[in-house]
Design a protein around this ligand. Structure first.
Ligand SMILES: Cc1cc2nc3c(=O)[nH]c(=O)nc-3n(C[C@H](O)[C@H](O)[C@H](O)COP(=O)(O)OP(=O)(O)OC[C@H]3O[C@@H](n4cnc5c(N)ncnc54)[C@H](O)[C@@H]3O)c2cc1C
Length: 413
């Protein structure tokens, strides 16, 4: 049995940031990683994906983007290189190709089983990712067999799809990006739209992420919210990172020829049924976008000298013309593929510690679970609005490393 004071599961940005913080505090640790550094970015994303956060926002403890294009958006191979460079720079003790198969409590910590032997540690930090499994709604079972279905994690590029119609379900960052790319490939796309969060790419001459960072929106703490559970379920922003810095929203998609319908509500007798709430959903998304822009304008008015930024404006409201169809025949072979872009969830199948709620989610208070010495990182709104982003790893790792340090000091005393 090998031993370490702390085991970090996963060598993505969260695990690496934690490694840096523990190293700085002199706490011995290892990272157990089933693939190699940045495995999720290397293997689980589609070919054309770029970050939707600008390069300057890729900031980790003691490491930041230093290239010539701070306002650009990294490709997946650039993200991989960025994280690999970080792992080397901090000399992270990564054990690659080591899959954790079980974590069990012991009298003085945790037994961690892997496909390459057994470990014991006082503390375990689960930095194994929030997006290990694509969420597919139960109604997918009703899809007729003539329609192929894949998840956004299986999607790589349009050439992988049969020629013909594609129904993309879900209109957050993933869904809108796939809809746009597939429509451009000549496959007519129908996009089923539920709750979504609309934002412009650029506002008053700056990236929306710059505004959210500068005005403190991304630093909002988890313990200041009235409805934290709700905040943790808010879908990702409708954004894409392109060299042209385009805004990709439902208006852009409709101009490109994508047909917009309501949330997929049922699949019965070969028919897809869509909710009639599309217009309401869009009105709500416009309202929330304008509220965010109001917050930004108020911040500018209060903190910035007059005339520094372009004038305030509001994007055109989402246009939904006529009555979008409420059903679609899936037996007539018009739709060849359904793509589920309906979110992601973590894989905790290896976790044998009673810290899951009734829905299988890890119960935690800002990353600290009820089981002494067991921590989690990288989940949505873990400690801050930015927690699941690359830029969120640094602050969360620092806070949790402090917690680990205090726990070890208490035990030693
Ligand atoms: C499509 C998509 C686009 C995104 N775009 C952005 C963006 O533009 N900007 C941004 O800031 N964030 C973005 N994110 C969010 C977030 O930054 C990523 O999900 C990121 O990968 C999370 O980093 P992480 O370290 O928390 O987890 P991961 O990167 O998933 O790292 C977890 C690691 O744990 C390993 N692992 C998992 N299970 C085990 C096990 N049992 N044993 C051993 N190792 C294991 C995995 O192999 C992986 O390497 C995006 C997410 C997705 C899904």
């Amino acid at each position: 049995m090998k031993r370490a004071t702390t085991i970090i599961i996963g060598a993505g940005q969260a695990g690496l940031a934690m490694s840096k913080e523990l190293g700085d505090r002199g706490i011995d640790h290892v990272l157990l990683e089933r693939g190699s550094v940045a495995h999720s970015w290397r293997t689980e994303r589609w070919d054309s994906l770029r970050l939707l956060t600008p390069n300057w926002q890729s900031r980790l403890p003691g490491h930041a983007y230093e290239g010539p294009d701070p306002d650009g958006y990294m490709t997946m191979s650039e993200v991989t290189r960025f994280l690999q460079g970080y792992a080397q720079k901090i000399d992270a003790p990564v054990h690659s190709r080591t899959t954790v198969t079980s974590v069990c409590p012991t009298d003085d910590g945790y037994a961690v089983a892997t496909d390459r032997g057994h470990w014991h540690a006082r503390n375990v930090v689960m930095a194994s990712g929030a997006c290990n499994i694509a969420t597919v709604p139960k109604l997918a079972e009703g899809l007729p067999p003539n329609v192929r279905q894949i998840t956004s994690m299986q999607y790589r590029n349009p050439q992988q799809l049969e020629p013909g119609g594609v129904l993309v379900v879900g209109a957050s960052a993933t869904g809108i990006q796939l809809a746009n790319e597939i429509q451009a490939s000549g496959r007519p796309v129908t996009l089923a739209v539920g709750e979504h969060v609309r934002v412009p790419r650029l506002y008053r001459g700056r990236d929306i992420k710059w505004w959210m960072d500068a005005s403190g929106v991304l630093d909002t703490r988890y313990d200041t919210l009235d409805d934290l559970m709700r905040a943790r379920r808010v879908p990702s922003l409708q954004l894409v990172g392109t060299p042209e810095k385009i805004t990709l929203d439902l208006n852009t998609l409709q101009r490109a020829g994508v047909q917009i319908v309501g949330r997929l509500a049922g699949l019965r007798d070969g028919n897809a049924q869509f909710s009639g709430s599309l217009k309401n959903q869009c009105t709500l998304a416009d309202l929330k976008m304008n509220r965010l822009l109001d917050t930004i304008d108020a911040w500018v008015a209060e903190k910035m000298p007059h005339g520094v930024f372009a004038e305030a404006h509001r994007p055109e409201a989402t246009r939904i013309e006529g009555d979008p169809p409420l059903s679609m025949n899936l037996l007539d072979r018009t739709i060849k593929t359904v793509i589920w872009a309906t979110g992601y969830r973590p894989d905790t199948s290896w976790l044998n510690v009673p810290v899951l709620d009734g829905k299988g989610r890890i119960r935690h208070d800002g990353g600290v679970t009820e089981a002494a010495g067991l921590y989690v990182m990288g989940l949505p709104f873990l400690r801050r609005r930015k927690s699941s982003l690359i830029d969120g790893a640094a602050d969360d790792a620092r806070d949790l490393a402090d917690h680990i340090t205090r726990g070890l000091a208490r035990k030693a005393a």
